[in-house]
Structures are given as C-alpha cells and as structure tokens.
Design a protein around this ligand. Structure first.
Ligand SMILES: NC(=O)C1=CN([C@@H]2O[C@H](COP(=O)(O)OP(=O)(O)OC[C@H]3O[C@@H](n4cnc5c(N)ncnc54)[C@H](OP(=O)(O)O)[C@@H]3O)[C@@H](O)[C@H]2O)[C@H](O)CC1
Ligand SMILES: [K+]
Length: 215
C-alpha cells in the first residue's frame, strides 16, 4: 500500500502522541537503513562512508546511521549542511550530541565538499518528506557532489530532490543505488526507480493503531 506524505506526517504525530516518540522512530529508521546497507555491501569494516546530513529529521536518520555504521567498523565522516545550533528538531539534535562524544565518527559542518579522502559509500540524508521548492545552498552543492562522485550511493527515505508525494524532481536530485523509506511507501517514490535504485520500505515500530482514522 502506498500512502501520502500528509498521511505519513499524521501517522508519525499520532504515534508520537501515543508515546512511541519520534526519537524512537528515528532510531529504528536509521537501524533498518543500516541493516539493508550492510546486507547489500556484505562488509563495511574500514570502508570510507560519507554521510551528508540535512538540518531536519532526514538528517537525523543519517546521524543514527553514522552511529550504527561506526559500530560495524566503518570509517564514518558526517557532513552537516549547516551550523549545529540550527539543527531543527530535538530528536536530531539528540543524535548529534551523541556523535560529539564519539571520536570514532568524524564530524564536519558547513557544507564544504572538499574532502581529503575518496568515499566508498555516500549516504544522502539531506532531504526527505520536508522538501519544498528549488534546492537551496549548501544542499545543492552536496547533491551535485554526490552525483559526480563514483561510488555506492544510498538515499535515506527518498533521493534528495525527489518529491515523495508527486514523484516530480526539483532542479536537481540525487541518483542513488539504493533507497530505504520508512513505515510505508510514499506515492511518488516508486515512480522514479531510475533515481531510487533498489527500493525498500522498512517498518520502524509505529503502532498500527496510529493509522486509525488516517488510512
Ligand atoms: N516517516 C517516518 O515515520 C519517519 C520519518 N523520519 C524522517 O524525517 C524526514 C522528514 O523530516 P523533516 O524534518 O520533516 O523534513 P526534511 O528533513 O525532509 O527537510 C526539512 C529540512 O530541509 C530544508 N529544506 C526543505 N526544502 C529545501 C530546499 N528546497 N532546499 C534546501 N533546504 C530545504 C528545510 O529548511 P527550512 O528552512 O525550509 O526549514 C529543513 O531544514 C523523513 O524524510 C524521514 O527521513 C523520521 O526521522 C523517522 C520516522
Ligand atoms: K534523502
């Protein structure tokens, strides 16, 4: 079953109000995404994994992935596309603060795409269901860097620049090898398998009762 972005936000909020906090949803989303990625790549030990992280909860999922991938022995670099003080949500900020205590994960901020290593994997945790309008900097430079870099690319929830409701793209959009979306498939995502690559929808523990009156 495919649902709308509005339905997804309503289900998320109802689940949160039931006590299954967005922080828990984010943790399960990041963990499910890492499970699919590790299953696909076989072994990420010592692999250079670069994670671009937006200022919203799509970025938050990317921060959770960073922590899990460090646990698998990957060499993880996180590029936050802004200033940590401007991280939008409590749940994303919570995950940033954990990473600040983890020397095993390299944290960078501001959005430069000048790296002193070639990534084996890039994770696009830039934009998800909160996308609106033409892509603004520094998100645009990050998307262009991802598209010009030859490596395995993984999209968190949806390739950044693809509208998960309509399946239309903004002026630019990441082209990925795998996409993992959460809870249920959003209507626009399967329309662009050329951008999503292998596509999965993973459950993240939201109570089915959270859908009552919405689906
Ligand atoms: N579905 C679930 O059960 C869960 C989903 N999760 C993840 O949450 C995101 C949605 O998070 P949200 O914070 O609502 O939105 P995004 O992170 O996608 O984007 C918001 C930020 O992006 C900026 N933005 C928006 N459009 C543009 C643009 N065209 N150019 C540049 N920047 C843009 C926006 O900036 P504003 O200034 O407009 O506020 C925000 O900073 C979902 O996709 C999932 O990945 C939960 O984590 C887990 C459960
Ligand atoms: K994304």
């Amino acid at each position: 079953m495919e649902i709308t972005v509005d339905q997804m936000y309503n289900i998320e909020n109802k689940g949160h109000d039931m006590g299954f906090l967005k922080k828990f949803m984010m943790e399960n989303a990041g963990a499910a995404a890492v499970k699919r990625l590790v299953e696909k790549l076989g072994n990420v030990d010592s692999k250079n994994i670069l994670i671009f992280v937006g200022m919203g909860n799509n970025g938050g999922d990317g921060l959770v992935m960073a922590r899990h991938l460090a646990g698998y022995g990957a060499k993880v670099t996180v590029m936050l596309l802004g200033n940590p003080e401007n991280i939008k949500t409590e749940e994303s900020n919570w995950n940033w603060s954990i990473l600040e205590k983890m020397p095993s994960v390299k944290l960078m901020t501001g959005g430069s795409t000048d790296f002193d290593f070639k990534p084996d994997v890039i994770i696009d945790g830039i934009l998800g269901t909160g996308i609106s309008g033409e892509i603004r900097e520094p998100y645009a430079s990050a998307i262009n860097y991802i598209n010009k870099t030859d490596c395995y690319k993984f999209a968190v929830d949806v390739p950044s620049g693809l509208d998960p409701q309509t399946g239309e793209t903004a002026n630019i959009c990441t082209k990925c090898d795998m996409t993992v979306t959460f809870h249920k498939m959003k209507q626009g995502i399967p329309k662009r398998k050329d951008l999503t690559g292998e596509l999965f929808a993973e459950k993240i523990g939201i109570p089915p009762e959270a859908e009552e009156g919405i689906l």
